[in-house]
Design a protein around this ligand. Structure first.
Ligand code: M6R
Length: 607
């Protein structure tokens, strides 16, 4: 999604702004721009496409100035053209915006009627005109912003630059995150702490409705009622150095390889190995009293939730409802007061999930959040915060955040089961033991990387690919298909293996590879029967299973990928690895932009 960075600095800022934008690239964008104030005028450079184009513009026409704002834009209103790229500007102000101004049409008509001229099709430009209008009427920057903010409906993070005030920036947030960074004689605005990591570690997170006036040496924050407020300054854990690809060609590959370590790191917070117990952070409600769990998330995080549904129902016998966040509140779900609503998100900022969280809160649900960014909006609004410790995930395709989510959800399932009297001490010890085995098993799964790379060509030429799984492997089939389509642009669908014969089997021919995820175990025979139905119709199968499964059913498959034999509880964590690697190598073979696939954003902060 769009990214913001602003600097009120001691030295020229354009280079540093461009650097900051590079750190925001992972969020996904399709144009970018920078504005500074120099010699009493606002100057802009903007470009369509990748940051290289903007860098070229800056090389051809450098942008001096010690104050500036910059933006990567993920198009919502208006095509990704240079004219629609931010910053949007009038003579008096320039601004960058994340989010959507929902009432922009009405505001635009109003402004046009007053004689204002628009240069873009964006929703954002209305804000530049509204603020500019007030400045032209003689208002100070603070007065202008204070007057305009209540007129904006929707979601926004804004950074605003003023021609006549080359020592001041104003930021505002509602629905989209914005942070203030405190430097040495400099002050910054950023859409996240990551963007500011090389500049400063001292960060204050604006609350909903806050706006802030920053100068080189100060930041005055106001709440939505315009009262001056203090927001705690925290030391962000992200360092500039953390964000590189190491020895890997892509962030995605690096993140796939990090999984054994980060899953182990995450499990350390949820397992007491010495006592053979699972444990959760302190909570002020009784988990044993939870009669129903509602899980809400988007994309890959939703699939982690779907795996958790199997676990919560199997181990704790607690009924689970699960929704994609964009559907949840609009179907007006029945939520009994005191139910547990569980939100899963890597970023903690996904607009649909955050809106669903607030909806559930208003319906008196206890809010639990599994989240990778501990300072995110969701983390801050949770009653029970269950962090994953995956570290920053840069690849747009989620990998390590997913397996860390699974690790936390498995621990939560065991806690729920214990609280419900459904888990003996011996069973709990067994779960602890199996979960502790997961990182090593994931390492073993990674050792098949070269084999998977070698078979990528079997899939790379396909137009359609199907993924099949049963039980907790069904969400893994959905996840496999999502991974493949988002980074290789090959159409892929995941199905519950048993559902094939109710329609999708009509798609089978020898051009449609079918990836079957089937660890040996109680559901294996059933999945193999479905796989044979595919083979009987000329379907070409790639079987992902363990040695036992492959010995039993591997014959006649186009290829097999052997996983270590693991307990069914940890199978989703281990089988995530080949599924990710296959998508990765197919995308590399196709030459797509693996880390920043077209049209996608890392964190989707608009509805
Ligand atoms: O940050 P979140 O976990 O809330 O994001 C949810 C989805 O946008 C995300 O999982 C998306 O589907 C990924 N690109 C999948 O790889």
């Amino acid at each position: 999604m769009c990214g913001i960075i602003g600097i009120v600095g001691k030295e020229d800022v354009a280079e540093r702004l461009l650097d900051g934008l590079k750190r925001l690239e992972y969020r996904g964008y399709d144009s970018a721009g920078i504005a500074t104030v120099f010699d009493g005028a606002i100057e802009r450079r903007r470009a369509e496409g990748k940051l290289g184009n903007l860098a070229r513009e800056l090389r051809d026409e450098p942008l001096p100035g010690t104050i500036g704002i910059a933006h990567t834009r993920w198009a919502t209103h208006g095509a990704p053209t240079t004219a629609n790229a931010h910053p949007h500007a009038t003579r008096e102000v320039a601004l960058v915006h994340n989010g959507i101004i929902e009432n922009f049409k009405q505001l635009r008509e109003e402004l046009i009627a007053r004689g204002r001229h628009f240069d873009s099709q964006t929703d954002t430009e209305v804000v530049a005109h509204l603020v500019s209008e007030r400045i032209e009427q003689g208002a100070s920057p603070e007065e202008a912003v204070r007057d305009v903010l209540p007129r904006l409906h929707g979601a926004f993070a804004l950074a605003i630059l003023f021609r006549a005030h080359p020592d001041l920036l104003i930021g505002a947030r509602l629905g989209s995150p914005l942070v203030v960074g405190y430097g040495d004689g400099e002050t910054y605005l950023g859409s996240d702490a990551l963007a500011l990591a090389p500049l400063t570690q001292k960060i204050a997170y604006l609350e909903e409705g806050d706006w802030v006036v920053i100068t080189r040496t100060s930041a005055q924050i106001f709440d939505r009622d315009n009262n001056p407020v203090e927001r705690p300054v925290t030391v962000s854990g992200v360092s500039g150095a953390m964000i590189d690809k190491g020895n890997h060609r892509h962030f995605m590959a690096k993140e796939i390889y990090e999984q054994p370590v980060v899953v182990a790191q995450t499990l350390r917070s949820y397992l007491r190995r010495m006592e053979n117990q699972v444990s959760l952070p302190d909570m002020d409600f009784d988990l044993g009293q939870v009669k129903r769990v509602t899980i809400v998330a988007c994309g890959t995080s939703f699939y982690a939730g779907l795996v958790a549904k199997y676990w919560f129902e199997k181990f704790a016998r607690v009924p689970v409802d699960i929704d994609v966040a964009s559907e949840f509140r609009y179907r007006d779900p029945v939520l009994e007061p005191g139910g547990l609503a569980l939100f899963i998100s890597q970023s903690g900022e996904t607009a649909d999930t955050l809106a669903a969280l607030r909806h559930a809160k208003a319906q008196s649900q206890i809010i639990a959040v599994v989240v990778n960014v501990p300072t995110s909006s969701m983390a801050r609004e949770a009653d029970l915060l269950l962090p994953t410790h995956a570290g920053p995930e840069i690849g747009v395709a989620s990998t390590k955040a997913f397996t860390c989510q699974l690790a936390v959800l498995a621990a939560l399932a065991a806690n729920l089961a214990r609280a419900n009297g459904r888990l003996s001490a011996e069973e709990e010890a067994e779960i602890v033991w199996h979960l502790s085995e997961a990182p090593a098993a994931m390492n073993q799964a990674l050792s098949h990387d070269a084999e998977i790379e070698a078979m990528a060509h079997l899939v790379a030429h396909a137009r359609d690919v199907l993924y099949l799984g049963r039980g907790p492997d069904y969400p893994m089939a959905l996840e496999g298909a999502l991974k493949l389509k988002e980074i290789s642009y090959i159409h892929a669908e995941g199905y519950a293996a048993g559902e094939m014969k109710h329609g999708p089997i009509a798609l089978i021919d020898d051009n449609v590879p079918v990836i079957v995820i089937a660890p040996s175990g109680p559901l294996f025979e059933k999945t193999v029967s479905n796989m044979q139905e595919v083979q009987a119709r000329g379907g070409k199968v790639v079987l992902i299973s363990d040695a036992e499964g492959i010995a039993q059913a591997g014959e006649g498959c186009m290829a097999t990928i052997e996983m270590p034999k693991v307990h069914p509880l940890i199978a989703p964590l281990v089988y995530a690895v080949p599924v990710q690697l296959l998508a990765y190598h197919v995308a590399v073979a196709k030459g797509t932009d693996v880390d920043q696939p077209r049209n996608l954003a890392k964190s989707v902060t608009v509805e």
